[in-house]
Design a protein around this ligand. Structure first.
Ligand SMILES: Nc1ncnc2c1ncn2[C@@H]1O[C@H](COP(=O)(O)OP(=O)(O)OP(=O)(O)O)[C@@H](O)[C@H]1O
Ligand SMILES: [Mg+2]
Length: 306
């Protein structure tokens, strides 16, 4: 828990819930907090005697494959996506390339790097975001052209690569996925931001900042499409364990994937857990299943010859 990203505090909240949610009769929990100001030096004692590590880390250095790589080297089983899928899904630009290649619809976007001339090919409003971050940090919904430059500068303060996206009108719908080779999708839920006009940091984390409406108020076939595409995105990006897939459902019912989070917010009242709760899988059992999936992957891969 913790870690070097701006989502450090969010991670601590998630991790506290996970620690409380793990059945003490089944697990001895060791909490390992990584400092906000890195680096973290893995001592052999850190990994010693651990059967499974549950990285409850969001953003760079935690959700992007870095920690997963350390755990691979240490030979410790861990919850969630592996190195490649973590890196891919953390990068909204590369993730969308793979989705487009595999026929999963995503919002249109262009990618820019420092020094390049950036404009919005989609007019206004548009959305400007860092390629590899989360919790809406560094993201702007730009309604007027005169605000575009500041939005680009803000996004570049957080990453060396940014995206300018078409603004997608419609409902925001999220779907949780659980599994390895045979993943299952939860019932989807609709995000209704209350604290802000869009689902920004404030709406995500302020008390009463948002409402989760389950099932989403979209046509039944759009809900089914969300579940199908959640599984398709999970499989296409080679995720394992868990993911929360975020969507937009346009007013005409068309569904597009926004992004996929390999370590979504993980408190018992976070969207990921709530959607499985609504699907009949309570938080404690969800954690049990994730631990099982981590062990299943370790055992399966132990048979491989490298
Ligand atoms: N193309 C878009 N059109 C309309 N709204 C958008 C678009 N992209 C992002 N948003 C708004 O910004 C929010 C955050 O965007 P996004 O999910 O891409 O960022 P994030 O920081 O990775 O989020 P998370 O906390 O889920 O990891 C969305 O939930 C939505 O409200
Ligand atoms: Mg999101």
């Amino acid at each position: 828990m913790g870690g070097r990203s701006s989502e450090h505090e969010v991670s601590l909240h998630s991790a506290r819930s996970v620690i409380e949610g793990l059945d003490p009769a089944r697990y001895d929990v060791v909490a390992l907090e990584l400092p906000r100001e890195g680096p973290w030096l893995l001592s052999p004692e850190d990994a010693e005697g651990l059967d499974v590590v549950f990285p409850v880390l969001h953003g760079p250095f935690g959700e992007d494959g870095a920690v997963q790589g350390v755990l691979e080297l240490a030979g410790v089983a861990y919850v969630g996506a592996g190195v490649t899928a973590s890196g891919l899904c953390m990068d909204k630009d590369l993730f969308k390339s793979v989705m487009r290649d595999k026929g999963v619809p995503v919002a249109r976007s262009v990618t820019a790097r420092p020094g390049e001339a950036v404009t919005s090919p989609y007019g206004f409003p548009c959305v400007v975001k860092p390629a590899r971050l989360g919790s809406s940090v560094g993201i702007s919904v730009v309604r007027w052209e005169e605000d575009f430059g500041a939005a680009v500068e803000l996004a570049f303060a957080h990453d060396e690569k940014i995206l300018v996206e078409e603004f997608v009108e419609g409902a925001e719908v999220e779907c949780s996925v659980l599994g390895n080779a045979d993943p299952v999708a939860s019932v989807p839920g609709e995000i209704v931001p209350l604290a802000s006009e869009w689902y920004d940091y404030q709406a995500k984390y302020a008390e009463g900042g948002m409402e989760l409406v389950v099932p989403p108020r979209v046509p039944a076939d759009a809900t089914a499409r969300v579940q199908d595409l959640a599984l398709a995105a999970f499989t296409a990006s080679e995720c394992e364990g868990m993911a929360r897939v975020d969507f937009f459902v346009r007013p005409d019912g068309e569904v597009v994937v926004n992004e996929l989070n390999t370590i979504p917010g993980f408190t018992a009242t976070s969207v990921y857990a709530k959607l499985f709760e609504a699907s009949g899988l309570p938080y404690g059992q969800l954690l049990d299943r994730l631990v099982e999936l981590a062990l299943e992957r370790r055992d399966r891969r132990a048979a491989l010859r490298y």
